[in-house]
Ligand binder design. Sequence first.
Ligand code: NAG
Ligand code: NAG
Ligand code: NAG
Ligand code: NAG
Ligand code: NAG
Ligand code: NAG
Length: 795
Amino acid sequence: MATLKHCSRAILLCLILQTLFNLSLAYRVSHDGRAITIDGERKILLSGSIHYPRSTPGMWPDLIKKAKEGGLDAIETYVFWNAHEPLRRQYDFTGNLDLIRFIKTIQDQGLYVILRIGPYVCAEWNYGGFPVWLHNMPGIEELRTTNKVFMNEMQNFTTLIVDMAKKEKLFASQGGPIILAQIENEYGNVMSDYGDAGKSYINWCAKMATSLDIGVPWIMCQESDAPSPMFTPNNPNSPKIWTENWTGWFKSWGGKDPKRTAEDLAFAVARFFQFGGTFQNYYMYHGGTNFGRTSGGPYLTTSYDYDAPIDEYGHLNQPKWGHLRELHKLLKSMEKTLTYGNVTNTDYGNSVSGSSYNLPAWSVSILPDCKTEEFNTAKVNTQTNVKVKRPNQAGNDQAPLQWKWRPEMINDFVVRGKGHFALNTLIDQKSTNDVSDYLWYMTNADLKDDDPILSGSSNMTLRINSSGQVLHAYVNGNYVDSQWTKYGASNDLFERPVKLTRGKNQISLLSATVGLQNYGSKFDMVPNGIPGPVLLVGRAGDETIIKDLSSHKWTYKVGLYGLDDKKFYNAKAANSERGWSSKNVPLNRRMTWYKTTFEAPLENDPVVLNLQGMGKGFAWVNGYNLGRYWPTYLAEEDGCSTESCDYRGPYGSDKCAYNCGNPSQIWYHVPRSWIKDGVNTLVLFEEFGGNPSQINFQTVVVGTACGQAHENKTMELTCHGRRISEIKYASFGDPQGACGAFKKGSCEAEIDVLPLIEKQCVGKKSCSIEASEANLGATSCAAGTVKRLVVEALC
Ligand SMILES: *[C@@H]1O[C@H](CO)[C@@H](O)[C@H](O)[C@H]1NC(C)=O
Ligand SMILES: *[C@@H]1O[C@H](CO)[C@@H](O)[C@H](O)[C@H]1NC(C)=O
Ligand SMILES: *[C@@H]1O[C@H](CO)[C@@H](O)[C@H](O)[C@H]1NC(C)=O
Ligand SMILES: *[C@@H]1O[C@H](CO)[C@@H](O)[C@H](O)[C@H]1NC(C)=O
Ligand SMILES: *[C@@H]1O[C@H](CO)[C@@H](O)[C@H](O)[C@H]1NC(C)=O
Ligand SMILES: CC(=O)N[C@H]1CO[C@H](CO)[C@@H](O)[C@@H]1O
């Protein structure tokens, strides 16, 4: 998204801060100019980011197992301060916030951990991971600078996390899995905006971190002007490490689906090792889901799939996962050479005498013995998985869901103007500590009989400066209109004709945030809600009359009636019929609650909720908040690549994007562990108005698997536990097109290979076939043609 601010990952070389450690330890993590060393041995380290709150403890073991099978040595995660300390000194480490359990799950699989404490994390996470109460503490002007109150809170939380990990002996220095820790994050690119304080702050961060004495190196990302004792990236004592190699990109409401090809990602990684890199991290290896109100932004979608090697639901994203796995295996096999060998460069021009190599554009070939090409980043020999959604197969499930509904009690606000507190000013929505997306701003315009504005009253307008996220306006109980800006990122002027009368007029404005800013210099100061002014503009004759309501008495209600004490979606509400009606279930009605029950979908495949037809709001399953939904928000029409995309050249988030013109997100992940056997409850709050009749639950499975292997490689085909039911297409030659749309190329095997493949594969869970002339017979291909076998199979 070119227009959207995002966490800058352009130059994320990391710096290492050496710490003293005590030598009686289980193992020693250090580094020299070439690599991170473990007990003195230089290592190639392949790491991937998995953020624990973006999945569930039920998913963690499988995700980490798949990461390990994919060839990773380490899992990297941020620590999410605002999730852990929602109220000052009241902590939450339960459920998917159980950081210690997450680290131990990684340890159980024998992988290392890189703990990026931050505690500023960016991460497309609400407010970059800062609790909003921090912003409201007396004496805090700005965050991330030398402000005593802020520094004290940051140190307090960082210490808490370090102490928790120490207590469980999780640092390598204690025999645990954590080999590196990170303080602050991506500060280098905003530091100058904080003046001299920026420099002092980053120095303080380094000192504070080292004082915690964790016995493993601290890193600090994107900090080229690093304070002592940190190293600068070109320091000969720092190895080349890369903390965020993007596997894809995040998505916004109104954004297209991002894609980074396996070939391009493998190319970036291979180049990094070619030039002496030894540590690299995929951001993200599993992106997951922004459950509840965790997504940042503004306007980031609930899905945080990222086109990562493991998809949002925990399925392998093939061929990306498998192609990288091949590369990882090979890099590991050359670990000694890559970490102890010397680099020499030879330019062979366009020919290598004695052999001929086919080197596609934007690719790297790896020849470990300097003769045989074992791997080329552009030649994928891994199957492609096409996932499909299948209707819930439980019982007589095909019957549509039965809905009950109730209105949100907006009359308390739009007619009566009832709130929790009142002030003679408009407030920034952050001052209510971000406990809800919603804040009602309510005031009265008391117009006397002779008020000149009434003389032309049929033409009066309400003019509001809002901060650009969603605004709904009501006057005297009547809905006026709603407005928001694309991507919710800037100021917005709302202006509509309104009808006011003599006496008291109730003006009620509902502001709804869609994730708070998480990135940029002083992002913490970006306004939210209605900064104002709020004006009534009328005319009397030729004269424009402006009434400024901004410093009137404003009454505020945080949240919604049905959100108070979770009263419309907690267990009691789920089981009780009081207040809910199954009669005249309304369509396209604003501010409406819906409820239904459903049975757990059969088997163990991931479950998704299809919210096609709904407007915007929140969905809860058994009280768990699935996140914001907004299926009516369509992705831009333009900028999708047709057919196969040309990934050559530097990666950009718009490259190879797809899904133009369609809803940015209609599928919402429902983790299996949130669904129980028997009856489950789904509750929705619909803000704009929608039609719940099309809503259904489905499971996500691999529908089609397309195997591919270049000549003399072995094609492995699997339906991941299911049986291969049919071979739709097979060709050995130079077939064209992509999975689902393969076409015969210029040449092919002389015999029809399809029956041969059928015999080997149909009815089996997996099969493997050597893509060679010896196995499949001669082809009509001219000498020099790059041959491959492709197979399309139904699972
Ligand atoms: C954090 O602050 C609380 C008081 O709010 C204090 O009791 C606690 O000791 C502090 N923790 C650290 C590590 O400073
Ligand atoms: C690499 O180069 C250094 C310095 O020239 C030399 O001492 C060392 O032996 C070389 N190592 C190898 C594996 O060739
Ligand atoms: C408002 O006033 C403008 C001219 O000032 C006029 O063109 C318009 O029709 C009026 N609208 C209404 C609803 O009276
Ligand atoms: C209100 O919005 C208008 C239009 O964008 C802008 O010109 C004006 O400066 C804004 N007023 C304030 C006080 O921000
Ligand atoms: C595959 O193997 C055959 C037989 O060994 C050999 O002639 C051919 O050149 C190989 N092709 C490639 C692309 O390696
Ligand atoms: C997009 C991105 O982060 N690309 C980087 C991935 O990492 C390699 C090094 O491994 C860089 O060269 C790429 O620029």
